[in-house]
Design a protein around this ligand. Structure first.
Ligand SMILES: N[C@@H](CCC(=O)N[C@@H](CS)C(=O)NCC(=O)O)C(=O)O
Length: 374
């Protein structure tokens, strides 16, 4: 009785002698096998993230971009002056140049960019899912996009406002003249909501005629399906030039909203957002310091401490941020300063000839301002 009790208490692991060795070895083997199988099962059951999901949120987007050897940039591709792809597949525009500036800073190669055309509706999902590294697509910075849509907005690259285009012979001169009009607009934009707010404020009824595609929206206006079309003013100015009879249309003087257009990156990767942010500020600061692609070689020899630090000749601003110390010089060499970017895409060197207006530097009465590079 005593024996039985003891042996049961000591149990399997406490038996002595070779008779007891065999079951212990089998048990150890089984335990090992079981642990191995469990680990295997765990690895198999763990959802393997899609390559694009792996880099969202807290992940290291810089590492992904550098590893890939090129930047994936979401643009419209349909908006001359901002992002437009011609028949030869060549991209141009202010938004395109922002993508190229990032590639220049990271790879010393402005062409290390793969562009993705995104319409208004698709653009945020493409960023949230990690399909694009940056969204550079005439996108208005708003509170809900910044927070609920989980984007991180970068510095504003174009201060815009919503406008209205009509036929010159239409007698529509002001917003009140739009009473009971059919008004064309693109869905998935801030445009629809702004129009509704402005019309409600004045107790004016109207009929929104909306399309998901920008070409469908402008074609509908051209075909006379609406008396007016509303969009960002810059977009109206550039798209007007593509109508079959531009001179018969006018972009009215008034502006009904604030549309600060800014690139965006996904939320939660502050290293990546810092890098993109300071690459954009580089173009503005270069204009502020009178450094352009034309005089860069001379400016690199400057004795001015501010210029030397900015261009990475002295100090370690770039290196400390995790990029090449001469990242600013790379941007200026390949893309130029903000004035050069503006002039060649929207300003005096183009057929649009958009005045700088609010997009002048702060010291010239505009809103373009870069914090100190120090
Ligand atoms: N800035 C506004 C409007 C942006 C927008 O998508 N505008 C249209 C109308 S011109 C456009 O660019 N469409 C081009 C496209 O869908 O590719 C926003 O962020 O919502």
């Amino acid at each position: 009785m005593n024996y039985q009790k003891r042996s049961r208490r000591q149990g399997f692991w406490h038996r002595q002698g070779w008779q007891m060795f065999l079951p212990r070895a089998i048990a150890l083997l089984l335990a090992g096998l079981c642990a191995g199988l469990c680990l295997f099962a765990l690895a198999a059951c763990e959802p393997i993230p899609e390559p694009n999901q792996m880099t969202v949120g807290t992940a290291n987007r810089l590492k992904t971009v550098l590893g890939r050897g090129k930047l994936v940039c979401g643009v419209s591709g349909e908006l001359p002056g901002f992002s437009f792809v011609n028949k030869e597949g060549k991209y141009s525009g202010l938004d395109v140049d922002i993508c190229r500036a990032i590639a220049a800073a990271l790879f010393n190669d402005p062409n290390a960019v793969q562009f993705r055309n995104l319409n208004a509706k698709e653009r945020f999902t493409a960023l949230q899912s990690g399909e694009v590294d940056v969204l550079s697509r005439n996108t208005t910075w708003t509170l809900s996009r910044d927070t609920a849509s989980r984007l991180a907005f970068m510095p504003v690259v174009f201060y815009d406002g919503q406008g209205v285009m009509v036929r010159k012979d239409s007698n529509i001169k002001s917003i009140t003249d739009l009473k009971d009009a059919d008004i064309c607009a693109q869905t998935g934009t801030t445009t629809e909501q702004n129009l509704a707010d402005q019309m409600r404020k004045r107790n004016l009824t109207y009929k929104p005629v909306v399309y998901e595609d920008v070409n469908a929206t402008f074609n509908a206006y051209q075909a006379g399906r609406c008396a007016a079309i509303t969009a960002d003013r810059s977009a109206l100015v550039v798209r007007r030039t593509r109508l079959s009879d531009p001179e018969s249309h006018v972009v009215l003087d008034f502006v009904i909203s604030k549309e600060p257009l800014a690139p965006a990156v996904g939320d939660g990767d502050s290293k990546w957002s810092d890098i993109v942010k300071w690459i954009i500020f580089t173009a503005i600061e270069a204009e502020d310091l009178d450094i352009s692609s034309a005089n860069l070689a001379t400016q690199l020899q400057s004795k001015n401490a501010e210029i030397r630090r900015f261009l990475g000749v002295d100090g370690s601003l770039g290196k400390d941020m995790g990029v090449a110390n001469d990242f600013t010089a790379r941007v200026i060499k390949h893309i130029g300063n903000y004035a050069e970017i503006y002039d060649r895409n929207l300003g005096k060197d183009t057929s649009f000839k958009l005045p700088r207006g609010q997009n002048e530097l702060w010291k010239n009465g505009g809103l373009m301002y870069a914090p100190p590079f120090r």
